[in-house]
Structures are given as C-alpha cells and as structure tokens.
Design a binder for this molecule. Structure first.
Ligand code: EPU
Length: 277
C-alpha cells in the first residue's frame, strides 16, 4: 500500500508488508516471530507525525485493536490504536478533565504516547497513569511511567517496543466547561496552523529557548516552495503538501530550512517528526 494513503502528509513510497493485528496476542506473535528471525520492523500509528522518504521493505505493524475506551472512576484506558482526538472527545463527553490539550492532535493514542505528544503547555506524561507495551522480545509489560522514560516529544517506546494501551488519570470536571476549553484550543489551532493542507504537524522540535516556527519565519522562509512541498505561510514549522509533493522534494525542503536556520540563527533544528527511509 502507498504511504500516501497511510500518512497525513501523503508522501513516500510503498509499504510492502503491512500487518494489522486485531488482538494483543496477534501482535505478540508477530513480534516473537520477528525476534526469532532477527528481523527488524517498523510501527505505524495514525501516520500523522511521519515523513516517509522511500519504499519500506521491512514489515510494518499497525495495530487494529477494538476501539473501546474503558472508564474506571476517573481513569480512562484505551487501546493504542484508538484515535487520539476521538479519545479526547470521549473524555470530554464523560465529564473527565485532563485531555483537553489532546483534542486537536491527530493520530493514534499509541503514537501520542510514543511521542509524548502535547500542546498548550500540557503533554501525555502529565496524565499518564499506566501503560502496556510489548518488548522487542515479545514480552508484555504494564507499568507506571518512571523518570527518564518520557521527555519533550520523546519517549523510550523506540527500538521495537510497541505501546498496546494507556491509562490516563483524569479528574471529574464539568462537561460544558471542558467542551468550551476544547473549542478554544481548536479555534487557536485552526487560526495558527495550516490544517486544510496535508501536513505532518510541526516538523522540527522547538529549541529550549524559542519556537522553531518563529526561527524559520524570521529566516524569511515562509512560502519557500520546492515542487508541491512548501513552508506554510500560516505556520513556518509546518511543511505542507499541495497534492503531488514527492519524498525527495520534502527531503530537500527540510534540508534547505535546516541549513538556512543554521546559517542565520546558528541553531541546528532537530526533526520532531519520525523519518523513515
Ligand atoms: N511563530 C511565528 N511564526 C510562525 C509560527 C510561530 O512567529 O510561523 C511564533 C508565534 O507567534 C508564537 C510562537 O512562535 O509567538 C509560538 O508559536 P505557536 O503558539 O504556534 O507554538 P509552537 O511553539 O510553534 C508548539 C508545538 C505545537 C503545538 C503548539 C501549541 C512543537 C514543535 N510545536 O508550536 O505542536 O500545537 O505549540 O501548543 O513543540 C506538533 O507537535 O506537531 C505541534 C504542532
């Protein structure tokens, strides 16, 4: 299947082996089989934070677990393949506060945990009570997060570890107030980010002292276009696909932005998105 269909950005080559386990046990057998063969694999979530630059011949696992969140008191548990925005909406509807920040972040819950996704000063580690994952050997572990496991847009869920589910510790809240906060965040996002164009969210991490978007903007790069790939005129840290952008156009645009920012600001931007090649 083409990565154009598997990612929100819509570039990349072919995904040659896509495995979609519908149970945790199936995912576990997949991992054990790969471990036995010494075969590396990739893990795909909602494809909303991913830039694919070539065909991918390695097996790709995308969980397709039943999407039913479970509530226990003020805790909400969902499988990793649950839609991230849908989960935030389910929490709001249930009058549970704490996931408002997540309401505009696309992708899957597993991807959000993997990236410790965040917005508006909040991130997953602020609400994460426990999570379940598979080790690269196929062992299933459930644990509470510990220091060092989750940082800004990073977690240790790399190297073949697969998030299976996560439990958020939320708080009783007023549905109307939560929904109003969600609407306010959505409005902010809608006016500052190019959501009507295919994109992969913010492309570079924010350096500790400032916003990558501001640096790219100040370097005068908004509107810089290579083929159908463009530095968004709305938010400079979004590179958008106007429809037919190719992987090499994207790679070139990312490199150009990085080089210009290095030249002008002396800052080496680090990709925030996952890059597969
Ligand atoms: N700015 C510019 N020009 C631009 C973009 C931004 O001058 O083209 C300025 C803004 O005016 C503002 C500052 O930079 O003063 C920060 O901008 P914004 O509020 O848009 O936040 P950001 O730092 O660019 C971060 C996250 C976003 C998240 C927003 C809102 C990263 C890399 N980005 O963006 O996350 O939605 O805050 O909380 O951490 C993502 O992870 O994919 C993502 C989009």
């Amino acid at each position: 299947m083409p990565f154009a269909k598997l990612t929100t950005l819509g570039v990349g080559g072919l995904c040659q082996w896509l495995f979609e386990p519908t149970t945790e046990a199936e995912a576990q057998s997949f991992v054990r089989e790969c471990a036995k063969e010494g075969l590396p694999y990739r893990i795909l979530g909602g494809g909303s934070n991913l830039v694919v630059l070539s065909d991918i011949a390695l097996p790709v696992l995308r969980l397709a677990l039943p999407k039913v969140p479970q509530r226990e008191g003020t805790r909400l548990t969902a499988p990793a393949s649950h839609g991230h925005i849908a989960l935030a909406e389910a929490a709001a509807k249930a009058g549970l506060s704490g996931l408002e920040f997540a309401s505009g972040i696309p992708g899957s819950l597993g991807g959000a945990i993997r990236m410790n996704a965040g917005a508006y000063g909040r991130e997953w580690i602020d609400v994460l009570a426990t999570y379940r994952f598979l080790t690269p050997e196929g062992e299933l572990i459930e644990k509470r997060p510990e220091p060092g496991e989750f940082k800004y847009r990073w977690s240790w869920m790399t190297g073949g570890r697969i998030v299976l589910s996560a439990t958020a510790q939320l708080a009783e809240g007023d549905s109307v107030r939560i929904t109003a906060q969600v609407a306010e965040y959505r409005e902010k996002r809608g006016t500052s980010q190019p959501l009507s164009k295919r994109n992969a969210g913010c492309i570079f991490k924010n350096p500790s002292s400032t916003s990558a978007g501001r640096l790219i903007d100040q370097a005068g790069l908004k509107g810089l276009r290579i083929g159908d790939a463009e530095v968004s005129p709305e938010h400079a840290n979004f590179l958008v696909n106007h429809g037919k952008a190719t992987a090499s156009e994207f790679a070139e645009l990312m490199e150009t932005v990085r080089a210009k920012v290095r030249e002008i600001h002396g800052v080496d931007l680090e990709p925030e998105v996952e890059i597969w090649k």
